[in-house]
Design a protein around this ligand. Structure first.
Ligand SMILES: Cc1cc2nc3c(=O)[nH]c(=O)nc-3n(C[C@H](O)[C@H](O)[C@H](O)COP(=O)(O)O)c2cc1C
Ligand SMILES: CCCCC(=O)C(=O)O
Length: 414
């Protein structure tokens, strides 16, 4: 874990986290940071990356590194994407619009953050001499800015918006959200399937976490400028209770996925797949992709870290659908390891919230820029010019090809 920032300006994601911890109200910090129960999975998500070591190649021309790829067949300028997170306004009034506008722009050159940047200019005013960069942002059903506003705030055609969906017992609520997402220009629906009930988050229970009154779940505000939904939360319910009372824990492959497919032509991505068996079913039920995710350790505690579950899912998908991952990604080399193990794209959640908490839109931009810079420098240092150069041969893991050589293996004359 990196030390906390010395001059107050974050230079890595752990710095943002340390600042968020000391500045956010305790209950918000608790909601953002915590996992379920003992938080074993929360910890494992990060720790597991360390087991996979890199096998860099040398003396390849890496004077230019290109992170362009395709996601669901559409051009993306980087495989670094934004996962859905409820209530960005808890971090900063810019909310999801700040995240959205923060996403497409980053400074293409120089590759590394300069002293000048560290001294502040990029923090307060991200440089505009930048190449626009686009990838995917998934907007949560529980966003604090209405879905129409978030998509309208972006002008970069290379940025793709997907809408994350929870299915409610009152299907009409979910159907309305689907219709609005379609009309607004969202390109895919991300159905979160690891939360039939809410995980037991002890910190939230102790804090009796409830968003402050100024927080509006704009996708549900009836009669607002853009919202026409009907899910309003009663005063006495906590956020978690609302979720438990309205969400449909009875959802199944046969009925639920078939229902969703029957009401939309948008591609459906399942978020929260951890096994080969469910990957096979996702293919069978016509899903376009799966996100290997354990909800950032917030749902079932004790499941595999996502980087450990990824190879099984990639193997089962066998190129038939795209496989993405999220969970514990905090460094450029984490992204490289996930891509090397077969992820098409990688999503981040808490780093964005910490970026927003630091400085709104500019903070979200800075967090993304740091990760993108780390991805590019990591690729250069591994001898990868192109995303397609990142493959399994970059990974060393005990039991994984190539096998580690035991001491004494080499002939003594060498
Ligand atoms: C505060 C918070 C809110 C979240 N809200 C949602 C949500 O509304 N929908 C969803 O599918 N996942 C949600 N997630 C899960 C993330 O999309 C993602 O799976 C996970 O946090 C990734 O791990 P990371 O935070 O380590 O990057 C949330 C996560 C956090 C931390
Ligand atoms: C109340 C749950 C919705 C947001 C969410 O998915 C999370 O907090 O993890």
């Amino acid at each position: 874990m990196a030390a906390s920032p010395t001059a107050g300006v974050p230079v890595c994601i752990d710095d943002f986290e340390a600042i968020a911890k000391s500045t956010l109200p305790a209950a918000t910090w608790g909601y953002y940071t915590s996992g379920a129960n003992d938080e074993d999975t929360l910890r494992d998500n990060r720790e597991a990356f360390r087991k996979y070591k890199l096998r860099p190649r040398i003396l390849r021309d890496v004077s230019k590194v290109n992170t362009t790829t395709t996601i669901l067949g559409k051009k993306a300028r980087t495989p670094l994407c934004v996962a859905p997170c409820a209530m960005h306004e808890l971090a900063h009034p810019d909310g999801e619009i700040g995240t959205s506008k923060g996403q497409p722009i980053y400074q293409k050159q120089p590759l590394f953050i300069s002293t000048e940047d560290i001294n502040g200019s990029i923090v307060n005013q991200p440089k505009m001499a930048v190449a626009d960069l686009g990838s995917v942002m998934i907007l949560s059903t529980y966003s604090t800015k209405a879905l129409e506003k978030v998509i309208a705030a972006n002008s970069n055609p290379d940025t793709h918006y997907w809408f994350q969906l929870y299915v409610y017992k009152e299907r009409g609520i979910s159907e309305k959200l689907v219709r609005r997402a379609e009309a607004a220009g969202f390109e895919a629906l991300v159905l979160t399937v690891d939360a039939p009930v809410l995980g037991r988050r002890l910190l939230d229970a102790r804090n009796r976490f409830n968003p402050p009154p100024y927080i509006r779940l704009e996708n549900f505000i009836e009669g607002s400028a853009t919202g026409d939904g009907t899910l309003d939360k009663s005063e006495s319910e906590t956020f978690g209770e609302t979720f438990g009372n309205r969400g449909d824990a009875g959802l199944t492959w046969e009925e639920g996925i078939a229902w969703l497919r029957s009401i939309t032509k948008l591609p459906i991505i399942l978020k929260g797949v951890l096994t080969a068996e469910d990957t096979e079913l996702a293919v069978k039920y016509g899903c376009a992709g799966v996100i290997v995710s354990n909800h950032g350790g917030r749902q079932l505690d004790g499941v595999l870290a996502t980087i450990d579950a990824l190879p099984e899912v990639v193997e089962a998908a066998n190129g038939r659908i795209e496989v993405y991952m999220d969970g514990g990604v905090r460094k450029g080399t984490d992204i490289i390891k996930a891509l090397a193990l077969g992820a098409r794209a990688v999503f981040i959640a808490r780093p964005i919230l910490y970026g927003l908490a630091y400085n709104g839109e500019a903070g979200a931009k800075l967090a993304l820029k740091i990760l993108q810079d780390e991805l590019e420098s990591g690729m250069a240092l591994s001898g990868c010019r192109d995303i397609n150069d990142i493959n399994e041969s970059l990974i060393h893991f005990p039991g994984h090809q190539p096998q580690p050589r035991r001491l004494g293996y080499y002939p003594s004359k060498l």
